[in-house]
Design a binder for this molecule. Structure first.
Ligand code: C2E
Ligand code: CA
Ligand code: CA
Length: 673
């Protein structure tokens, strides 16, 4: 096997454990792993076919498999079941079989597991092909098979099954699937899962406990497969089982060992998780101390040969000595966790202890530095995974600051975490009660000197948290998905306001800010148009501001571009916001239906101070004009800035110079001036 496939979870051993001949093909359609039964069936040895020179599978084994079907299989999440396909073996035998194709991802690459579910195995008729007889006998000797009808009644089973289950053929026929399992809650859950999967057309595989006729327990690796009887044309289910009772017993014993890191004798992360879950359940308070050896790999390389015991064992001894009766675990190569009720200053004392009791290498103390984090239960975090995450965040901060320190989850981080959680919670409520407010910031049209457009900006003052600025609110909303709710709230408000102004005889466009996350919803355009219809607002009054980040993603995702076009066709225009802060790629400007460039306020703010900025802004305006776009400058705070930008050719000006974001009444007051 080539190196690349060594660490595959789906490897030859796995394929050999399956009840059907199986192979793995890569995304180019080349067979790369063969199970033993597949080698036998196809008359080929795996070494013959492997490697990059192997042709696409439809040039040898599966001539009926079209490239399109192959691609379709590769790109679904589900298994594909093809009930009849012809396989041409390398000895030129033609075999008709059902094929189960299951796509999976390994190390970031897509592969397909192909299971050749031979009808001979499924309907118990013997083929005249020599290969198949051998194969079937081979499987019959090592697997138990049971066929069920669509109601779960046992139709037939093989000798192997009878031997293990101690049923007689007469007695077992007509018993049900469920009677093969112990009568307890765990079994009930598993059998329900299996049954649901089968009825949904899915195969199921896993380790399950079963009982013999006399109620004795035994363990099997079960593969349950939905099949069809080719004779009666009815749905059936097939159970293929391998007895794993022996290995299961050993495994139970091994579990104790497996929970232990063999090098240090400490418990491993899995065990730690269990221990901590129990402590949390019992509400026992503790500090979760995460200790990570800095620059571990360099240290190891430099010193491990000279140190009698390995560095890790020596280090573990120091932890054991210092923390005595506390619970300790090794999380990975150079990370440890100590669970202790001891105080912060005592925990931090471990560093000086380590200095006083160094680890020696050729009579020289090895300079070990530790980055550590203390997270408390329940004050800081309340689950194992939160404790881990918070610790890792703390550690990386400590390490960035030079390491060799053990710090508590800092008050600031702690506060930030809590605040975020609080904002999430309160925001949900605010959205529910429509407690968000909208302010509008006007733009002046340079030619008429009139306010012809406003930008809608969200405002939120929560009675518990106080004012939450958009710069804090929007990223959290994007992360949690609440941005969709904010977006639709803002759109509704914008439509209502635009309509009020229109009825008052004012021709005022209203723009809203939109996050790309909202457009990942394939129904975005539809729901925008629905809102327009619902409120009665003409599409031509609404503008949508998007950022360059949005534009880049939209360019790559045709369904986003299509939605934008659809909206544009209806009369909505798009503004490219924060122009100039992005990625310096302008390709999307040709692809996306953009109507206006809005140059970012960072340029405006340094305009008068920097000649370079002046050249840049002038260039940006010219670029926009050359593409027949309108150009708006934002963040304009002074008359000097405005004058300069107007000489560059800007079409509109937005900023505190005109007005801060304001209420509709304030905007109307500005209009009369
Ligand atoms: P933005 O789209 O670039 O909005 C312009 C921001 O600049 C606004 O900040 C506005 O109050 C501020 N501003 C306007 N004129 C001036 C000026 O002359 N000088 C200075 N220094 N600032 C000025 P705000 O309202 O805090 O919004 C911040 C950002 O939050 C917005 O940047 C926008 O990206 C986002 N945002 C606001 N409301 C929404 C919304 O409803 N949906 C989405 N997706 N994002 C929003
Ligand atoms: Ca904006
Ligand atoms: Ca902006």
């Amino acid at each position: 096997m080539s190196h690349m496939h060594k660490s595959f979870t789906i490897d030859e051993h796995y394929l050999n454990s399956l009840p059907f001949p199986a192979i793995v093909v890569n995304q180019d359609g080349q067979a790369i792993i063969f199970g033993k039964p597949a080698e036998q069936l196809f008359g080929i040895s795996a070494t013959d076919i492997k490697g990059n020179t192997t042709p696409f599978i439809n040039e040898n084994l599966l001539r009926e498999l079209s490239y399109e079907t192959f691609q379709a299989i590769l790109h679904t999440d589900e298994s594909t079941y093809i009930d009849k396909v012809q396989v041409v073996t390398f000895t030129n035998e033609k075999i008709t079989t059902a094929l189960l194709a299951k796509p999976f991802i390994e190390q970031g690459e897509p592969y397909i597991l192909l299971l050749f579910m031979l009808p001979e195995l499924m309907i118990n008729s013997v083929s005249n092909s020599g290969t198949l007889i051998n194969l079937k006998q081979g499987l019959d000797n090592s697997f138990m098979t049971v066929t069920l009808d669509h109601d779960g009644f046992i139709l037939e089973c093989n000798a192997e099954f009878l031997k293990t289950s101690q049923w007689t053929p007469k007695r077992v026929i007509g018993k049900t699937f469920w009677q093969l399992f112990p009568d307890n809650e765990v079994s009930e859950k598993i059998t329900n899962t299996i049954w649901r999967n089968l009825n949904n057309g899915h195969t199921w595989q896993g380790e399950v406990e079963k009982i013999t006729k006399t109620g004795q327990s035994y363990w099997v690796l079960l593969t349950a497969i939905p099949t069809f009887s080719l004779e009666t044309n009815e749905q059936q289910f097939m159970l293929i089982e391998k007895d794993i009772t022996k290995s299961k017993t050993i495994q139970h014993q091994l579990e104790k060992i497996a929970y232990i890191d063999t090098e240090t004798g400490l418990m491993n992360a899995h065990r730690l998780e269990k221990v901590i879950s129990n402590m949390i359940e019992d509400d026992r308070h503790f500090s979760f101390v995460y200790l990570s050896i800095d620059k571990f790999y360099t240290l190891k390389e430099l010193h491990d040969q000279q140190i009698d015991q390995s560095l890790i064992v020596e280090f573990t001894n120091r932890i054991k000595m210092y923390f005595q009766d506390s619970t300790m675990a090794r999380i990975n190569e150079n990370d440890f966790v100590v669970i202790t009720p001891l105080s912060e200053w005592f925990i931090q004392g471990f560093l000086s202890y380590l200095q006083q009791h160094p680890i020696y290498s050729s009579n020289i103390a090895v300079p070990i530095s530790i980055s550590g984090g203390i997270t408390r239960f329940p004050e800081d975090q309340t689950t194992f995974s939160q404790l881990m995450k918070a610790s890792i965040a703390t550690i990386s901060n400590v390490r960035e600051a030079g390491g060799d320190k053990i710090v508590s989850l800092s008050k600031a981080t702690h506060k930030a975490l809590n605040r975020k959680a609080l904002i999430e919670k309160r925001l949900l409520q605010a959205l529910d009660q429509k407690n968000l407010k909208v302010l509008y910031q006007p733009q002046i049209d340079v030619y008429s000197g009139k306010i012809t457009a406003v930008e809608a900006l969200v405002r939120w003052e929560d009675e518990v948290i106080g004012v939450v600025a958009p710069d804090e609110l929007i990223p959290i909303a994007e992360e949690t998905g609440l941005i969709n709710n904010i977006g639709s709230f803002m759109l509704e408000k914008a439509c209502e306001q635009a309509l009020i102004w229109k009825k008052a005889g004012l021709d005022m466009k209203v723009s809203i800010n939109s996050s790309v996350r909202e457009f990942r919803d394939k129904n975005m355009a539809k729901s925008i148009l629905e809102k327009l219809t619902k409120t009665g607002c003409p599409a031509s009054l609404i503008q949508i501001e998007i950022t360059e980040k949005f534009a880049l993603e939209a360019e790559a995702a045709s369904f986003i571009t299509q939605q934008m076009r659809k909206l544009e066709n209806e009369g909505i225009s798009f503004i490219l916001d924060d122009f100039g802060t992005g990625y310096g790629s302008f390709r999307y400007m040709q692809i996306l239906p953009i109507d206006t460039l809005k140059i970012d306020k960072t340029f405006t703010s340094s305009l008068l101070k920097s000649e370079k900025t002046q050249k840049l802004m002038h260039g940006m305006v010219q670029l926009g004009k050359s593409m027949e776009l309108k150009v708006v400058a934002e963040g304009v705070e002074t008359a000097e800035q405005a004058d300069l930008l107007i000489t560059y050719g800007c079409d509109a000006i937005q900023g505190y110079y005109i007005s801060k974001p304001a209420t509709p009444e304030e905007i109307e007051a500005l209009l009369v001036k």
